[in-house]
Design a protein around this ligand. Sequence first.
Ligand code: C2E
Ligand code: CA
Ligand code: CA
Ligand code: CA
Length: 279
Amino acid sequence: AKDSGKNRYVAYHKSMREGVINILAVENDLKRALKAREFEAYYQPIVNLADGRLYGFEALARWNHPERGMVNPGEFIPVAEETGLIVELGMQILEQACGVMNTWRKKHPIASELTIAVNISAKQFGESSLAADVASLLERSGLPSYCLKLEITETVVMLDAMKSTNQLNLLKDLGILLSIDDFGTGYSSMSYLQKFPTDQLKIDLSFVQRMESAPENIEIIRAIVNMAHSLRLRVVAEGIETERQRDLLYSLQCDYGQGYLYSKPLCEADAEDFVKNSE
Ligand code: C2E
Ligand code: CA
Ligand code: CA
Ligand code: CA
């Protein structure tokens, strides 16, 4: 009872103000970092679950901060999204990812079969110029469009399904691959899923990691895979850390896998070694 409502309010108010100040500080730092090109794409391998062969990579943003070292996206993506800076940040990551994949294609025969997946945020997906921006970036990088995959979260595409269908169609017309990310965490309507010109669903790691402790997740994954396959979509599972998870997902007929069992996200040089070692 000592923790009176008034004190709680004061504490809440104070932390809120600190929160705002912190967001402003991060926003300014983000702006500076975008100019200084401090954001770096890391690349996490995605493999065929059947034989473990390399299928492609997902580009994941890291902030190579001059004082704080390598910063993970959880610490800057939310502020970047809130301030709109994610649009520029996303483009810098997309540009790096396309450039790197095109370089690998010229150097390593196996790379000609690989795809590179890049995350598209809610703000980016809402931009009417997105397809045109992706098209000009592809052209500048020289990467064939069928090598690029964009990942858009289920929550974002389902927010306004009609508008999303238009945006996805514009992107699909470029010849790229489309994947619905974090699948299962939102609410999808089958009828829209079927209308979206998508190629893949990506099962969120929360389902994969709870498969053994809460076996109902196995049934959820089974249902997602069956539904996806009936719509001719491929399924990627993320967050695979153990052989047991891999075996379960393979038995559920999941197509591709990604996770620490195979590799953590790698810097460009290490990812290139991973490509070489896959040959
Ligand atoms: P995501 O798109 O769902 O990416 C998967 C996250 O799971 C990544 O975290 C990855 O490092 C992590 N992960 C992969 N395998 C494992 C595993 O076996 N175990 C565990 N515990 N984690 C695993 P990361 O790199 O910290 O990225 C977090 C989120 O930040 C991403 O989630 C994505 O939503 C966002 N993000 C990252 N880069 C970008 C970007 O360039 N643009 C946008 N819009 N969002 C990004
Ligand atoms: Ca993703
Ligand atoms: Ca995500
Ligand atoms: Ca996820």
